[in-house]
Design a protein around this ligand. Structure first.
Ligand SMILES: Nc1ncnc2c1ncn2[C@@H]1O[C@H](COP(=O)(O)OP(=O)(O)OP(=O)(O)O)[C@@H](O)[C@H]1O
Length: 337
């Protein structure tokens, strides 16, 4: 388990850093930290790894306060974006290296490295040097080296960003399987939403050094708590709205039936509609005549841009003919207050 308790940090002489971070990663779970460039993801990683010390707050790993400890004492496995492998060493030597630092004898080192070679699918590559491996294989060596000394947690800093798209998808699943098999608590830093959503038990969205929402991937997508999160995660139609009564709001599209029995007349809020939730078939509620602007073909689906009462809306799905009507089920209108 990893816990951040009221962690704040500013880089000396600047206003940048992270503010009041409270976060718990349960034992054996993978948490992805997702955010745009400069949001503070790497800073959080540096704080847990011990490269920077927080100005205030406590970080615990398995209930132990690690804040005063040095990087080495923290016993964390780290995989960096560029893997940082030793070019003059073989795969086996690279993987065994952390054990050498711990003064473990050569025979045990090599035996443990050989076992890790098996686990990470590197059999047959033991005597090769990093330069002769593919990106995915280098990534596996870095992972094996980070795991060899049985760390208390694993930190992955954009581990897949150097790989091309197809390989990246395969490696996501490989890393996730290995992480689950070993049951190791893991933090993954990424700016890639798909990577975060497909690999993580929980995703923490960061902006300007703060956590906006920490949630299961499906909750983050379907029930974002703020407009910022709704805009950042996935594609969304977001409109300001005012409540007319329970279950009814008004926005630029017109009046909409929603599912919100607790709404009070006059309440200001935003509505979010995911593009794939629009239906080209008229529904019992919320059916609109649309003016079709354009459709982009994406392969399995299309994205249509339409106007409803002067407001531009994006809809996605099997829209092979331009829609003339779109409807939205009240359950698919998410309210953000
Ligand atoms: N050594 C430093 N000194 C001063 N400011 C820094 C330093 N390192 C980072 N920052 C600032 O701290 C903020 C957070 O940076 P951080 O590197 O944590 O963001 P990030 O989300 O990891 O971005 P990226 O995805 O580009 O790596 C940014 O405003 C950045 O400019």
């Amino acid at each position: 388990m990893i816990e951040f308790n009221n962690i704040s940090f500013r880089y000396p002489g600047s206003n940048s850093g992270v503010n009041d971070i409270n976060l718990t990663i349960n034992k054996g779970e993978l948490l992805a930290i997702l955010g745009q460039s400069g949001s503070g993801k790497t800073t959080l990683l540096k704080l847990i790894a011990g490269f920077e010390k927080p100005d205030s707050g406590i970080i615990r790993v398995n209930n132990k306060d690690i804040t005063p400890l040095s990087c080495q004492q923290r016993n964390l496995g780290i995989v960096f974006q560029d893997y940082a492998l030793f070019p003059h060493m073989t795969v086996l030597e690279n993987i065994a290296y952390p054990l050498k630092l711990k003064n473990i004898d050569k025979d045990s080192r090599l035996a443990r490295a050989a076992a890790m070679v098996q686990k990470t699918g590197l059999s047959g590559k033991e005597q090769m040097r990093p330069a002769n491996l593919s990106g995915g294989q280098q990534q596996r060596v870095a992972l094996a080296r980070a795991l060899i000394f049985e760390p208390s947690a694993l930190l992955l800093d954009e581990p897949l960003s150097a790989l091309d798209a197809g390989l990246r998808e395969d490696m996501r699943q490989e890393i996730r399987q290995l992480q689950q098999q070993l049951g190791i608590t893991t933090i993954l830093i990424t700016h890639d939403q798909e990577e975060a959503m497909s690999m993580a038990d929980q995703v923490a969205v960061m902006k300007n050094g703060r956590l906006l929402q920490v949630d299961r991937p499906a909750n983050l997508y379907h029930k974002p708590k703020t407009v910022d999160v709704a805009q950042f995660v996935g594609r969304a139609n977001i409109l300001p709205a005012i409540a007319l009564e329970a279950d009814r709001i008004e926005c630029a599209l017109g009046q909409l039936q929603v599912h919100a029995p607790e709404l009070k007349a006059g309440q200001q809020l935003h509505i979010m509609i995911r593009p794939e939730h629009w239906s080209p078939i008229a529904g019992e509620h919320n059916t609109f005549a649309v003016e079709h602007l354009n459709t982009v073909f994406w392969g399995p689906t299309c994205q249509a841009t339409v106007m409803i009462n002067g407001t531009t809306i994006k809809a996605e799905g099997q829209l092979h003919t331009p829609p003339t009507n779109l409807s939205i089920h009240p359950e698919h209108i998410h309210l953000i207050s």
